[in-house]
Design a protein around this ligand. Sequence first.
Ligand SMILES: NC(=O)c1ccc[n+]([C@@H]2O[C@H](COP(=O)([O-])OP(=O)(O)OC[C@H]3O[C@@H](n4cnc5c(N)ncnc54)[C@H](O)[C@@H]3O)[C@@H](O)[C@H]2O)c1
Length: 369
Amino acid sequence: MSGPSDRVGVGLIGTGNIGKTHLTGLASLISAGLVDARIEAVCDTDTDALRSAAELFEVPKSYVDYHELVSDEDVDVVYVCTPTNKHRDMVKAAARAGKAVFCEKPLAHSCPQARDMLAVTQDAGVATGVGLVLRYDQFLLYAKDLLAEKDFGKPMLAHIRDDQRFPVDYIYYSRWRGDRAIAGGGTLIEHSIHDIDILLWLFGAVDNVFARVGFYAGREVEDMASVSLKHKNGMVSTIDSVWHWVERPNERFVEFFFEKGFIAIRLESGHRYLEYHLQGEVPVKVDEERANGALMRHLGFSRNDLSVEGFDALTAVGSERYAALSYAFLTALRRGVDPSPSFADAIAAHRVVDAAYESANLNRPVDIL
Ligand SMILES: NC(=O)c1ccc[n+]([C@@H]2O[C@H](COP(=O)([O-])OP(=O)(O)OC[C@H]3O[C@@H](n4cnc5c(N)ncnc54)[C@H](O)[C@@H]3O)[C@@H](O)[C@H]2O)c1
């Protein structure tokens, strides 16, 4: 621990796009007094990115070599926010140094690689967290509550349409996302692993997968994936995932059909909402303010427990899910309970991703054994 109290020292590797988002979330959690932590160190091989993050977030120590960050005795928890092909070595080094690890999704290029990472963290006895951040989306949490509280009947069909401007330029400007050797794949593993995780989280494990992928841009990584999952509970869910070239915000449109009801959620755009309709009742539209109540409940707060600053830290547009995820992760570490989602949850999603790629290659359904 970094201080006289139980204060947790955080070290973060990779101060790019998502690294800065996590630093923003962590800084606001700390300043609102929601977590007892200090950002002790940042690391990046790009010295401009490193300097700017260290200055912006007033981080005392900067490293170019991640080995130095993981062996820093003031660092208790390591956030790994580098491109995907770097995750494995960094996670293993952090775990072997006895540090709890939070790693961005996808954990790795394949399920066996992700399992290898989990095994090293288990041998080292360190806790793990993963950036499957949609689990802290207030609308998806609201949907989870609705399913627990109301009688929708059996789930029949779920569909997620996930589209994003091809993230090699535009606001992301991360050329590595077009490089299979770094990213491991395209829109399916890099973006829709989130959708797969949500479908497993809400509707349970999957028996088999059928997928088709496309390479419209002629890149090494797929820019279209259409995936059908047969869940063990009998329902089917589908994901349609596209990287296109239109300058528009990311959009996810989610629809769940049940025997006695329907839920639709529009995420990512400026008009986020959830709508549900139960048989024999009028449709209900849920706005962000109401959905925030579900997020607060899941984090263990009632609105009156929180200062305005604390509420804003957990709900501010841009870093809201990430701050909530970090809050849940750091609070689980403090309480000595397993963080959620963990590497084990990510591995379940990786199994489905691997099966989807295999199915697309073989042009037939692939069982998940
Ligand atoms: N959970 C989410 O919603 C979410 C969103 C975006 C990205 N991601 C994931 O986060 C990871 C990073 O994505 P990004 O968009 O931030 O990429 P990025 O390119 O913006 O940032 C990556 C940073 O890592 C640095 N880096 C590369 N190699 C390094 C090394 N050896 N040591 C130290 N630093 C190194 C780069 O210089 C860069 O600053 C990817 O795995 C991506 O899939 C997750």
